[in-house]
Design a protein around this ligand. Structure first.
Ligand SMILES: [Zn+2]
Length: 165
């Protein structure tokens, strides 16, 4: 099931849309050496008209299986954007597809999910890869705390920056 929004209803009032898009739906044909989608794209979105565009805001999350770009170890990574927000035009080249009374937001969510993927996933921020054995006494190198969203390196950052343009 694609994510379809009834524009007639939306004209009357904002819609709250919660659900999941299966991997086959939102990541169809996606191929990457290091990253695979392993969970549906969960979305919890508020959608309303903003002038002649759609304003879409809310939560997107899914789960990835990655291979570390340095040591190739396989690990799971939650991809979560709690403050996803986008203005989607209904006309012009960038317009979301319209089918009758419905706007299809599947490809929009797909594109933004793909933009947010890590290009060089790391099993941990200070992974040293296969070639170099980390010397135990080398404590000066980098004192990074275990991976956490607070380090500002969320894979969604790329998306956030795009939205600021
Ligand atoms: Zn690694």
């Amino acid at each position: 099931m694609p994510l379809l929004i009834n524009l007639q209803l939306l004209r009357q009032k904002a819609q709250q849309v919660t659900g999941e898009l299966p991997v086959a739906e939102f990541a169809e044909g996606f191929q990457d050496d290091l990253v695979r989608f392993v969970a549906p794209l969960h979305h919890d979105l508020e959608i309303r008209y903003e002038g002649e565009e759609l304003f879409i805001r809310g939560l997107l999350k899914t789960e990835l299986e990655c291979n570390c770009s340095r040591c190739l170890k396989t690990f799971r990574l939650r991809l979560e954007l709690p403050d996803f927000a986008v203005l989607a035009p209904l006309q012009g080249e960038e317009a979301v597809p319209i089918e009758g009374d419905f706007a299809n937001l599947t490809s929009l969510l797909r594109e933004d999910s793909l933009l947010a993927l890590p290009t060089a996933p790391l099993c941990k921020p200070d992974c040293r890869g296969l070639a170099v054995k980390a010397p135990a006494r080398d404590s000066r190198s980098r004192d990074l705390s275990p991976a956490g969203p607070a380090d500002g390196k969320s894979p969604w950052d790329a998306l956030e920056q795009l939205k600021l343009k």
